[in-house]
Design a protein around this ligand. Structure first.
Ligand SMILES: O=P(O)(O)O[C@H]1O[C@H](CO)[C@@H](O)[C@H]1O
Ligand SMILES: [Mn+2]
Ligand SMILES: [Mn+2]
Length: 395
């Protein structure tokens, strides 16, 4: 094996420009990185720049280094869709051609809502597509007064339940979400994820969502690179939401993160551990706190904080470690609406043992990430998966 440990970090929603088919998603002109850059007077991301970010997308407000290290490429998504599960599953080899069911225009069918009310014993309010923070402001007080669950969706295939940790209780929320998950296993209601959205606070304008969010995802439609690694006895360490996104499939150890900064600290901590295999990290704040909230400066500053921690990762990498930085979809914080955007994503590859450095050709799928990992550990890609290994380019 070329690398004993692979660290794959997903900066959730860090798109680098609209894909050719973005028009089909209403996302022509979306550019998460480009539009953040426009809003940053000085954009301090020296480590991302040293890994070649500026070679795959112009970054005007960050100084360009004379030399880059490692390899960089733009990746296109082969699957239909632009959500977190589609993006991550494709990273590990699955191509999703049948998009997950969404209820964006209509909300959930009455029959489902009635079953949810009956089985949980709580009334439902909301039941439409909304931004999570906006619907809290609107319905949070009513929820606290009546105990009715706030159910909402978005352009993604999700059924989200928001409830107060203080009055409704976290365990009760989780219990209700498990009921929602089992109801939505029915073919006509099969959403990709049920998400528990706990919050604290008593009044409009003061509600804050907590880190106790929990996602109840469908199992991947088939075996992924994670299953192959685990079956061969390698470690597959999940940091952040990865374990939820893969419904625990193919994971040997899972750490939950309180924030993206915490996720990076956990990643740095894992670098002191003696393991062989994959450490797979998702940093969700970029998406949840800044992309969906349409806050380009907040997003840019989160990238700056990430870049500082990335500096520590780079220092700690050993010769037989490989670092891969990528993303799962775009979420342009200046775009219309509050949903994801269909974009290319970056792939930055680095190991201190690399002698060369250059920009690689654009890839047709995100799955070259999984294919490279499988190739590295001499594991065959599972049947039905896609992706071409880039391992031979990493010299
Ligand atoms: O607006 P909030 O609640 O953050 O919801 C966002 O988070 C969900 C899951 O990533 C998506 O449905 C998206 O719309
Ligand atoms: Mn995502
Ligand atoms: Mn999102």
């Amino acid at each position: 094996m070329k690398y004993r440990r692979v660290f794959t970090i997903v900066i959730d929603s860090f798109g680098i420009g609209a894909m050719d088919n973005a028009r089909q998603y209403g996302d022509e002109g979306a550019d998460t990185l480009g539009h953040i850059d426009e809003h940053m007077e000085i954009f301090s991301i020296p480590n991302l720049m040293s890994l070649g970010l500026g070679r795959i997308h112009p970054v005007i407000h960050a100084p360009s280094p004379e030399k880059i290290v490692g390899y960089c490429a733009r990746m296109n998504e082969a699957s239909t869709g632009k959500d977190t599960m589609t993006g991550h599953w494709e990273l590990m080899g699955l191509k999703i051609t049948q998009p997950f069911l969404t209820f964006t225009e209509t909300g959930f069918p009455l029959e489902l809502i009635e079953a949810l009310e009956r089985e949980t014993g709580h009334k439902v309010i909301g039941n439409r597509a909304a931004s999570g923070t906006a619907i809290l402001d609107e319905l949070g007080e009513e929820h606290i007064k009546t105990g009715a669950m706030i159910v909402y969706t978005s352009a993604d295939s999700v059924l989200q339940i928001a409830a107060s940790e203080e009055s409704f209780g976290l365990n009760e929320l989780y219990r209700c979400c498990e009921i929602a998950r089992s109801l939505t296993m029915k073919a006509q209601w099969k959403v990709g994820r049920v998400i528990a959205r706990p919050f604290v606070g008593k009044k409009r304008g003061e509600f804050v969502r907590t880190a106790n969010r929990h996602d109840y995802a469908l199992k991947p439609f088939g075996p992924t690179v994670l299953n192959v690694l685990k079956d061969r006895g390698y470690d597959v360490i999940s940091i952040g939401k990865i374990n939820d996104i893969f419904a625990g499939e193919g994971i040997t150890k899972a750490l939950r993160s309180k924030s993206s900064a915490h996720g990076m600290e956990q990643t740095i901590g894992s670098m002191d551990e003696d393991f062989s295999g994959l450490c797979f990290v998702n940093l969700v704040d970029f998406d949840a706190l800044w992309g969906h909230r349409r806050n380009p400066v907040g997003y840019g500053q989160e990238l700056e904080r990430f870049d500082e921690k990335l500096g520590i990762v780079l220092e700690k990498l050993k010769d037989d470690d490989l670092l891969m930085i990528t993303a799962d979809h775009g979420n342009d914080p200046t775009f219309k609406g509050t949903d994801h955007t269909k974009e290319m994503v970056p792939l930055l590859l680095y190991s201190p043992s690399m002698k060369g450095s250059r920009r690689l050709e654009d890839t047709h799928t995100f799955a070259c990430v999984g294919a490279t990992i499988a190739d590295n550990f001499s594991a065959a890609m599972p049947e039905g998966t896609i992706g071409e290994s880039l391992l031979g380019d990493l010299v």
